[in-house]
Design a protein around this ligand. Structure first.
Ligand code: SAM
Length: 224
């Protein structure tokens, strides 16, 4: 990705060092002890919603995919603008019928689907504001979902979230560093992003994290 791209900083930090430490550090420590959101509610979201014909936006290390219950041989598409992420995760997921796409979710997606399910798990807080651009990313995924498909995931809330003192310090540090751009991501804002593209949205807050499922994608009216 071009360094001048607004989405550059949100994906550039995922180098091999961070990816090797990710499961222990982010999923094992920062999730439960900083964001007060342990793995099970996020994993439950995967296990409830993932289907054969799944698109995973920003797969990271694939920790959730590997434990999601997706059967061997199921069709799985991984999409990320960071090729280090894709190269790292691809060998772990060889038991699936895998497709790997280098792309940024903030731009119209280079595939048509239709996918039966899509996840955007712990990605929206990495995407560049304003809210309209994040809503555009959600719309890009909605556009490639089947009419009865589901989008699910989670994201760390911004300043308005119910953070502890420690979580607030980490939130601001990550925003200063550039890996996060989510200070304006309130629960209301995340719901509005999802409701702009889906008729049915369920969202719950666990610690500092909003966990969501969205169904019934809204198709833009055909022009002409
Ligand atoms: C915090 S990790 C989450 C990884 C995984 N989904 C999980 O829940 O463990 C963020 C992931 O989103 C990807 N990402 C960041 N910006 C992106 C963008 N603009 N489009 C698609 N993926 C992006 C990163 O490269 C990374 O793989």
């Amino acid at each position: 990705m071009d360094r001048d791209d607004p989405a550059y900083k949100g994906q550039s930090g995922y180098n091999r060092w961070l990816l090797k430490a990710y499961d222990r550090l982010i999923i094992g420590r920062i999730g439960p002890f900083v964001w007060r959101c342990p793995g099970p509610p996020l994993l439950g979201n995967y296990q409830r919603n993932i289907r054969d014909g799944h698109l995973d936006v920003g797969p990271g290390t694939g920790w959730f995919l590997l434990r999601s219950g997706l059967p061997d041989g199921a069709r799985l598409t991984l999409m990320d603008p960071n090729t280090t992420v894709l190269d790292f995760v691809k060998p772990k997921l060889g038991r699936f019928d895998l497709d790997v796409v280098e792309a940024d979710v903030c731009k119209p997606l280079p595939m048509t689907g239709p996918f039966q399910s899509a996840a955007i798990n712990l990605v929206i807080h990495c995407l560049p504001g304003p809210q309209s651009r994040k809503a555009g990313a959600v719309a890009n995924v909605a556009a490639v979902l089947a009419h009865d498909g589901v989008l699910f995931g989670a994201t760390v809330l911004g300043e308005a979230g119910p953070h502890t003192w420690l979580a607030r310090r980490v939130l601001h540090a990550f925003n200063r560093q550039g890996g996060f751009d989510n200070l304006d991501d309130s629960e209301v804002a995340i719901r509005a992003m999802l409701e702009a593209s889906f008729r049915q949205v369920q969202l719950q807050v666990v610690g500092s994290v909003a966990i969501f499922e969205a169904r019934d994608p809204i198709r833009p009216a055909a022009s002409g």
